[in-house]
Design a protein. Sequence first.
Length: 348
Amino acid sequence: MKKIFLAVLMLATFILSGCGSQGKEESKDEPQATAKEDTQAEAAQDVKGNLKISMLNVGQGDAILIQTGKQTILVDTSDTDERDLLVKELEKLAVTKIDKLILTHPHADHIGSAKALINPSKKELSANPYLEKISVAEVYDNGISASSPLYKSYMKAIDAKGTTYKALKVGDTLDFGNSVKFNVLYPTPELVDAVNGGQKSDPNNESVVGKLTYKKFSMLFTGDAEKEVEASLLANNKTKDLKCDVLKSGHHGSYTASTKDFIAAVNPSYVLISCGPDEERRNTYGHPHLEPLENYLAQGIDEKNILCTRWNGTITITSDGKNFSVQPENNEDWVDKWIKKKQKDKKK
Ligand SMILES: [Zn+2]
């Protein structure tokens, strides 16, 4: 019976990791896997017991869902005018409880739906009825207060609902359940105090940065952190502590992030970028930019392992803590074409 089960599990793993040319299995040790008491359907659909990370296709903003089997964590909530996309994605993944909502920094393309998730109004519910099914247990941010109505609205929602709230700083560790940990690498308490004390705020460079680890698997979450933060991370961490299997490209693939030195230290085998199509007014920036892409390739990252929601749709990582696979919704080879276009634009 066990043998049959193992065969089924291996088949499911093969199907999951092998449907697309980009959905490659990264083998670290021996081949996958110890048999768990899952049914075939569960193994194929949800990889139960494993870690699942989905960079959601929400347009120009950021929203990354982490499901550990014990907890569901959402990192950022995209923009207000991208709410329909976010809620659709959460509904597709049958998310009802968000155990931890992490807001990297208070720009609109990251906290756009925080308030509506925590304490939706009647209007918000009538626009997106699925919001009624979702509850948020705990909220985390960088502890730097902002003056925007969006920031104030989610702080008010936390108060109204009595939601647990905590500010994250370097050295904190969040337990995501099932041996999945999130080590906070940024911001520093000195920075938080200085900005709250009146120093001019630079929200991108106050982003919560954290390294998620699940046994041997790791992913770096960067929010919109730019070169300044990357330099600080390099100065304050050992290279081996920055090393990750997967990097969330800082600041939507902007040239303001992803320096050569930083990419060399993280040395990821996959890079995931979140940004929207050009025709959407949000990506007037032309993300992703040429320089980060060139830096990724120069570091030896396989072109097929650079994925972007703009072309690849929602990108899903699954890991059993030993191996991992990355599965884009759409298998589109865009990197080479996009680099050529960007190089041509540069010459104009
Ligand atoms: Zn952003």
